[in-house]
Design a protein around this ligand. Structure first.
Ligand code: BGC
Length: 776
């Protein structure tokens, strides 16, 4: 799915940049090179380094890689090449078509969205995807990929959830670390984003997220902390929003005290595009690079240095980090990029990844399709027009998207031709009708085609099974809507009901394929279908992947990275999302293209009770629990063995997973811990470790080993600003989903363990309303 962003609208003719730098490759480290150059720079040069070169289309900007989101200023006289930054989380986002005289196309691979990758629960797989993505980044002359996104799925209406992994910070952090390691193995950088508490699009540039220190530490910061500690990305992108009263990009406590001093981050921090309102405060906060960069920021910084408001030492620190990144970059290595990445290899990786992230949530004898099933009726426009990924900066300009129907046809299973012709004509007409709309409307899937009972009846005799696809799309600019998006439209509901009634009456199965970026309502229609396969937005090869799964060539092994609630009202943040305008506040003007915004606040009253931490602690029924996913085979998880029943420095344990069925498959083992609440209220249980088996054939077993450190077990005590493990009895719960725990063991912690204390407070002087656990 394509949409034209501001970046591509403003595109200017392609200019051959080539590799003209005079730079000689040094044998000093990038940091030493940075230190050596710093004293030679003038104030103007320093200011031009910390403020990006502007957006494509800005006066005088000649793009090095068309469609990239931004650039760091080059200085050929100083042998400093230009460094190019481009989105995004599902693959490299650049402009495929350059100028009319250039017939070459610069497509990149649309990989499955992050939610899909997280649903694989397979860090090796994600590293493999990262390697392939990083290869494209490097071969197209880009230096830093603006990914992965790693905000928390706080609310299903968050339009960018597809660019993020999970409602759980451990899963999110592990996935991001795996992705960064994969991408950066190519010698290019990643920018993990958006740091922090950027969980909505509504008022995104001015919203003030009111969040307690505990919720920040345990939920919103935790994934970033894991990614920084385990993968040390080249850069971190600070978020647009404020939290607890100040812009994320202007908080020294966040960017220096926590990110650098506490976690040991040694890369650079850049802003999100046009974020914040004071370039000098951003410099002081350790936000080294202002993107995409506007002239007023340069003037502000320069004047502040001259007047003494900003110290040159501070600016030097920012500049040094930028120089270090420049010297690390492929541009500085004079890498002769080919503009011809191996897209065929990437497509295979994308296809495999899409199969691994798909989650089979229900199956009553419908899948895989039996070999006798020859004639397939494909209902729903989504079956013919798959959405590969969401919109906005997370969208990829891929060469093609394989739909489910195309995937089935390629596998030798054509669908009913008459239905196909009708649907394809409808899609064509609707697209033509909507083509004049703005991108933000045009990027939404077109409305479902109304279907009469007679039309379905006309097909039931000649076909053996009904496959229905429901698609969703969302992205930057506006959060999702409740009606017609989270909840199905009336036409969609009626399609499911009609197909179900007619096919079941004839003893034929109905299979639902969900081509969605994030959570939708399922409970109300669930009983009307025999199987549901959530394929997410599975990238450009999704149709082949779906065919592989429904035909049984690949056994589904994904698990939900996010809970599917029964109703929207059950979502813990539903009453506070997306926040309210601050009474009496004057609209403020944003930098760049965003116009005016009214200051608003979003209270995080649910505190740490996000996702399953809420549903399970407060006993709220869900449609499908976190971690759920079934397979074409069965597994047993047995023989939980602990190294010790008293926790010392770490706890080691193992379990045996056996494929007790006949079909080969993989199982994800999830380890939850229920902790005693001495002083701190605790969720019912929390994910503390996970692992996926290799492909096990029928009867085959694999032993998986785990190790938990004190840090893995800790909770955050805001009185002492400390990570602590409380003494008492802990329950280790091992299972195949948060709701299917099959092995239990207890261990004790004799004395309180304090891991770190006196940490930086982020809600100083702010009164945060927050739940205190179910007992209160
Ligand atoms: C988005 C970022 C993106 C940047 C550059 C912003 O609008 O929030 O995620 O990396 O644009 O395209």
């Amino acid at each position: 799915m394509k949409f034209t962003s501001i970046y591509s609208v403003l595109a200017i003719p392609f200019f051959v940049w080539g590799c003209q730098s005079q730079q000689s490759i040094s044998n000093k480290t990038p940091e030493e090179q940075a230190e050596a150059l710093l004293p030679k720079l003038s104030l103007d040069q320093k200011v031009s380094l910390v403020v990006g070169m502007g957006l494509p289309g800005d006066e005088g900007l000649i793009e090095k890689v068309m469609g990239a989101a931004g650039n760091i200023q080059d200085f050929p006289d100083l042998s400093l090449p230009r460094v190019v930054l481009a989105d995004g989380p599902a693959g490299l986002r650049i402009q495929p078509v350059r100028d009319s005289s250039d017939t070459k196309r610069y497509y990149a691979t649309a990989f499955p969205i992050e939610t899909s990758l997280a649903a694989s629960w397979d860090t090796d797989l994600v590293t493999g995807v990262g390697k392939a993505m990083g290869h494209e980044v490097k071969e197209y002359g880009v230096d830093v990929l603006l990914a992965p996104g790693m905000n928390i799925h706080r609310n299903p209406l968050g339009a960018r959830n597809f660019e993020y992994y999970s409602e759980d910070p451990l899963l999110s952090g592990k996935m991001a670390a795996a992705m960064v390691n994969g991408v950066e193995s190519n010698g290019v950088g990643c920018s993990i984003k958006h740091f922090v508490a950027n969980n909505q699009e509504t008022n995104r540039t001015t919203i003030d997220a009111l969040v307690s220190d505990r919720a920040l530490r345990e939920i919103y910061l935790r994934g970033f902390e894991i990614a920084v500690r385990e993968a040390q990305p080249w850069t971190v992108m600070s978020a647009y929003n404020k939290f607890n009263g100040a812009y994320a990009s202007q908080r020294y406590d966040l960017l220096e005290s926590i990110l650098r001093d506490e976690w040991g981050f040694n890369g650079l921090v850049m802003t999100d595009w046009y974020a914040g309102d004071d370039a000098v405060v951003q410099m002081e906060a350790g936000n080294d690079l202002l993107m995409p960069g506007v002239p007023a920021q340069k003037e502000r910084i320069k004047e502040a240095i001259i007047s003494g408001e900003l110290s040159e030492d501070t600016l030097n620190k920012n500049v040094k980090r930028i120089l270090t990144l420049i010297y690390r970059s492929p541009a500085a290595q004079k890498y002769a990029y080919s503009d011809a990445p191996d897209l065929k290899a990437s497509a295979q990786i994308a296809r495999h990844a899409a199969t691994q992230g798909a989650v089979l949530v229900k199956n009553e004898g419908a899948l895989p399709l039996a070999s006798e099933v020859k004639n397939i009726a494909a209902f729903g426009i989504g079956s013919y027009d798959f959405i590969s990924g969401g919109t906005g900066s997370g969208d990829v300009n891929e060469a093609y998207v394989v739909s489910m129907v195309q995937g089935l046809e390629a596998a030798g299973n054509p669908v009913d031709q008459e239905l196909k012709v009708q649907y394809e004509q409808y899609i064509k007409d609707e697209k033509a009708r909507l083509s004049g709309l703005e991108w933000y409307d045009n990027s939404k899937p077109i409305a479902e085609k109304p279907l009469t009972k007679d039309q379905v009846k006309a097909k039931v005799k000649s076909t053996d099974v009904a496959l229905i696809t429901i698609s969703r799309n969302s992205g930057e600019g506006a959060d999702r809507k409740l009606e017609g998006d989270f909840y199905l439209t009336d036409v969609e509901k009626s399609m499911i009901q009609t197909v179900s009634e007619v096919y079941r009456k004839h003893g034929k199965k109905v299979v639902m394929v969900l081509n969605i970026g994030n959570v939708i309502e399922m409970k109300s229609w669930m009983d009307q279908v025999d199987a549901v396969l959530i394929t997410w937005q599975g990238g450009q090869e999704a149709g082949h992947a779906v065919a592989d799964l429904v035909l049984g060539k690949v056994n589904p092994s994904g698990k939900l990275p996010t809970t599917f609630p029964v109703n929207y009202d059950d979502v813990p943040s539903s009453k506070y999302f997306p926040g309210e305008e601050v009474p009496g506040a004057e609209p403020i003007r944003m930098q760049g293209v965003f116009g005016f915004a009214v200051p608003s606040e979003v209270k995080h009253i649910e505190g740490i009770y996000v996702g399953y931490r809420y549903y399970q602690t407060y006993d709220v029924p869900v449609a499908f629990p976190f971690g759920h996913g079934i397979s074409y085979t069965d597994f047993s998880i047995n023989d939980l063995k602990l190294s010790d029943d008293t926790f010392k420095k770490e706890l080691n344990f193992e379990v045996k997973v056996t494929n007790t069925g006949t079909v080969a498959g993989k199982e994800v083992v999830q380890v939850y811990v229920a902790a005693p609440g001495r002083d701190l209220h605790k969720p019912e249980q929390e994910l503390r470790a996970f692992a996926k088996t290799r492909q096990l054939t029928g009867g085959e077993a694999q032993t998986l080993s785990f190790s938990l450190s004190a840090r893995d077990l800790a909770s955050f005590d805001t009185d002492r600003m400390a990570w602590i493990v409380e003494p008492g009895t802990y329950e280790l719960r091992v299972g195949s989903s948060s709701a299917n725990i099959v092995q239990l063991a207890t261990f004790t912690v004799a004395d309180e363990i304090i891991i770190e204390k006196g940490l930086t407070r982020l809600a100083e002087g702010i009164k945060i309303e927050e739940w205190g656990g179910p007992a209160n």
